[in-house]
Design a protein around this ligand. Structure first.
Ligand SMILES: Cc1cc2nc3c(=O)[nH]c(=O)nc-3n(C[C@H](O)[C@H](O)[C@H](O)COP(=O)(O)O)c2cc1C
Ligand code: SF4
Ligand code: SF4
Length: 254
């Protein structure tokens, strides 16, 4: 019997794939579930004697600035963490080390780590339709092994490699645009933008100085009205297609 009542799912997932993978990992834990969606959850929280599954995507080789700020407010006492770093078939740079460093500094005990690959939320040609059946099967095996290990208390703390100082944090220098003809002013984008960068009185607009290019608004818009745009976007897209079409595999550490 697992010694926990609840599995806490904590995720920052602008285009939904990280949340999907966290849910897959949680599936084999026969426990109550509690969600902490970091697109909106921004409070102090301390987990005590608990189990958490934490999923974060990679933004330019780092973890998203907003995810980092919000996760920093989550502390732990005697709490075990399964960590998912999800990326778009390019590279994950220093993000795995950065995420594990942050969680360890807040006293989480990291007992399992997965680096997973999903369809790239910037350039959909990369990792298209992933996680696919092969990924989900491996994620299911990982989740089952983690549940078994936790039940038998057969766990060890995970240490990941990497370099410091981390590479510097950058925001892509292309824009997010909205097609006025498609927008029906439902305000889904304004309500879900984690940066409040879309004015409710004019949801066709984006305050680019506040926008982190996270992709939430593009993914939630029911009309497909929002998209990344601009000459730099096309250049980076072409270069990503040239360099990163080959399939990368998910990796698991436990
Ligand atoms: C601003 C931004 C930067 C990104 N940088 C990277 C990157 O450095 N490497 C990579 O493989 N994928 C990168 N991606 C793709 C995401 O990591 C990937 O699509 C991930 O699955 C998104 O998770 P989500 O569906 O939970 O939002 C980036 C995406 C965005 C929006
Ligand atoms: S406006 Fe920018 S920060 Fe807000 S959801 Fe869209 S991409 Fe993300
Ligand atoms: S989600 Fe799409 S349709 Fe709705 S207000 Fe935003 S841009 Fe317009």
């Amino acid at each position: 019997m697992l010694n926990y009542k609840t599995v806490n799912k904590i995720y920052f997932s602008p285009s939904g794939t990280t949340e999907k993978i966290v849910n897959e990992v949680a599936k084999n834990f026969n426990l109550n579930r509690k969600n902490y969606d970091l697109l909106s959850f921004n409070d102090e929280k301390c987990f005590k004697d608990e189990l958490v599954i934490i999923g974060v995507p990679v933004f330019n080789g780092r973890i998203p600035k907003t995810a980092c700020e919000r996760l920093s407010k989550m502390k732990a006492k005697n709490t075990k963490a399964i960590v998912i770093l999800n990326y778009g078939n390019m590279e994950y740079g220093d993000a795995l080390l950065e995420l594990c460093d942050l969680l360890k500094a807040n006293n989480f005990e990291i007992v399992g780590v997965a680096t997973t690959v999903s369809q790239n939320s910037l350039f959909s040609e990369l990792g298209r339709n992933r996680p696919d059946e092969t990924d989900l099967k491996k994620i299911d095996e990982f989740s089952k092994s983690m549940a078994e290990k936790l039940e038998k208390n057969d766990i060890r703390e995970i240490f990941v490699g990497g370099y410091k100082p981390y590479e510097s944090y950058t925001t892509p220098d292309f824009s997010v645009v909205c097609d006025d003809d498609l927008c029906v002013e439902c305000l889904d984008c304004a309500y879900t933008c984690p940066e409040e960068a879309i004015p409710e009185e004019m949801p066709q607009m984006t305050k680019m100085k506040d926008c982190t290019r996270c992709s939430t608004c593009i993914s939630v818009c029911p009309e497909g009205a929002r998209s990344f745009s601009g000459p730099n976007f096309e250049l980076e897209r072409q270069s990503a297609i040239n360099d990163f079409l080959d399939r990368k595999d998910c990796e698991f550490f436990m």
